[in-house]
Design a protein around this ligand. Sequence first.
Ligand code: C2E
Ligand code: MG
Ligand code: MG
Length: 585
Amino acid sequence: MKSSKINVQNEINALLIEDNLDDAHKFETMFNKVQQNSIFFHHVSSLTVAQDYIHVNFINLIILSISMPESKALEYINKIQIINSSLAIIILMEQDDRVFILKAMQQGVQDYLIKDEGDGYLVIRAIHHAMERKQIELQLTSMAYFDSLTGLANREYFHITFSRAIEQANRNKQSLSLLFLDLDHFKDVNDSFGHLIGDKLLIVIAERLRSCLRSIDFIARLGGDEFVILLDDIHTSLSVKKLVNKILISLSRAIIIETHEITISTSIGIVIYPDDALNTKDLLQYADIAMYKAKEKGRANFHMYTPELSTEIINKMNIKNDFRDAILRQELRLYYQPIINIPDNKIIAAEALLRWNHPTRGLLSANEFISIVEKSGFIIDIGEWVIAEAIKQTKKWQKNLLPKFGMAINLSATQLMNKGLMSFISAEIKQCSVKASTIKLEITESLLKKKNQQTRKILRNLSKQGFIISMDDFGTGYSSISYLKHFTIDILKIDHSFIHNYNSTPDTADFVKAIIDMAHALKLTVIAEGVEKEEQMTFLRKLNCDQIQGYLISDPVPALEFEQLFLNRNIQPPKALFLGGGGII
Ligand code: C2E
Ligand code: MG
Ligand code: MG
C-alpha cells in the first residue's frame, strides 16, 4: 500500500474500499497481474478510514465495494462526493444488478465492476473510462457553475448553494448572512479605460474579496460588477461588520493594471436569515435594497437591511415607474410662487415649481419626486416642458399684469450640462417674444462644487444671451464667495434654513447679514426664500434684503390663482379723491 502523498498529473491513485480482506487481496492480485505504470492501487477497509486516507493521500478514484443494502450504498456514494466532489467512483458489485447500477450512475458514479467477472485488463479499462467521464463531467459543471472570468461561482451555482444553505441553517436553527456588493462607478472604468481593463479589474477585485474570506465562506459573481457572499452562523452581526470593513479597506487600495492606477470602491447591502426574510428571493431583493441605501450614503459604505427601507425604496420605485405615465397622462402641472420686492411690497416675479397630480397619492411637491426623476433620464424632457410652459406663462403675464414680469425656472445639473439647453431655451423665448433678461435660471450651489470649466462656460454663454443666473439654496453647500466671483451670477437666494433659524442662534443672524452685505458688495440681488413669518420679513427688511418669497406671501399656486394674488396686491383700488366731508376737491 502506498502512503506518501503523490500529486503528479496523469497518475491515477485508485482507492479500494472493501471490508472483506480476502476479496481485497484477490482484487489486488488481479490488478497487479497487468503491467502498467500510471495507476497505483490503495486499499482501506471502511468509509471512515477512507475519509482520513483521502485527506492525506492524493487519491483521484474510489472503487467502492457494495456489500450493504441498497439505500446504505447510495448514502455511501453520496458521502464520498461530499468528502471530495472531484473523485471518480467505480462500484464493485457482488452481482449484476442493472436497476441499482442505473441509480448509482444517476447519483454520480462513473462505472461499475462485478466481482469474479473479467480480469485485470477490464479493471484498468474501467478505471480509465471512469476517470475520463469524471473529467468531462467536471468540465461541464465548471462551465455551468463557474464564472469564466474570475473563476468564482456564478449566478446558477449561487442560487443552488443559497437554497441549500438556507435549508441547512433552518435544520440546525442557525442564522446566515448574505452580503450583496456592487462596485461604485464601475461603468466609468469601462468607459474611460475600455472593457479589457475593466475585466482585469474584476479579476483583481475577485481575488481581493476571496482573500478577505475564510475558505468555508461562499462567494459568487452574479454578473457585471455584482458579487454576493454567504456567511454562516459563526458570524454575529458584529463580526459581519468587521468583515465588511475588512473588505472596504482591502478594496480601497489602488489597483494597478498595465500603466493605469485605478481606485475603486464597493457598496455593500446586508441581510440576515431568518431575521429579515425566510426565502431566498426576498433575502436577495432586500440585500439589493440595502446595497442601494449604502450607495445613497455616499458609496464605499455598507448598510444593514431594515423593513422601513423596503417601504422607502418601493415607494421610490413606484414613483419612477408611475412617472412614465405621468407625462403621457398629462398629470404634471406648474405652480407659481410670488416673489415680492421688499421696498414696495409688490409682486415682481414668480418661481415656477413643478407639481405632479398623482392619480392615487394626490398632489405631490417637487421635492417628493424630482431627485428620483433626475436619476431616471426623464429630466431633460420634463425640463423642456417646464421651460416651454413657464415662458408661455411669462408672456401672458407680461402682457396682462406687468411688462417686466420676471420668471424663475429651476434647472438641475443634468439639464444644465445638456448640450441642447441653450438652443432650446433661446428658441422658446424667441417664439414667445419674451426678453431673456426677464428669465431667471436657478441653479444650486452643489453644481458649482468642482469649479468646473464646462459649467463656467455654459453659465457665461447663458449670461451673454441675457439670461439672469440665480444661485438657489445658498448657504447649504460650500457657500464660497469665490464661486460668486468665479461664475457669472446675478441673484443669490438665501436658503430657507437660515431664515427659519435666524433668531435661534446669534451666529445665524450675523451670517445672514454677512451674506447680504457681501452679495451687495458684489452687486448681486438678494432674495430670501422660505419667509413664513412677519418678524422674519421685518428682520430681512432691516438688513436691506431685496426680495422675499415664502408662505407668508403665498404658497405656490396654479396660474389663475396667481393672477388673483397679483391683482389683489399690486393693483390697489384708486385712492378716493377726498376722504370724508371736508368739501375740498
Ligand atoms: P427650490 O427651488 O429651493 O424651491 C423652493 C421650495 O421651497 C419649493 O418646494 C417650495 O414649495 C418650498 N417653499 C416655498 N415657500 C416656502 C416656505 O415659506 N417654507 C418652506 N418650508 N418651504 C417653502 P418644492 O416645490 O417641493 O420644490 C423643491 C425643489 O425641487 C426646488 O427647490 C427645486 O430645486 C426643485 N424643483 C422644483 N421645480 C422644479 C423644476 O421644474 N425643475 C427642476 N429641475 N427642479 C425643480
Ligand atoms: Mg428654486
Ligand atoms: Mg431654494
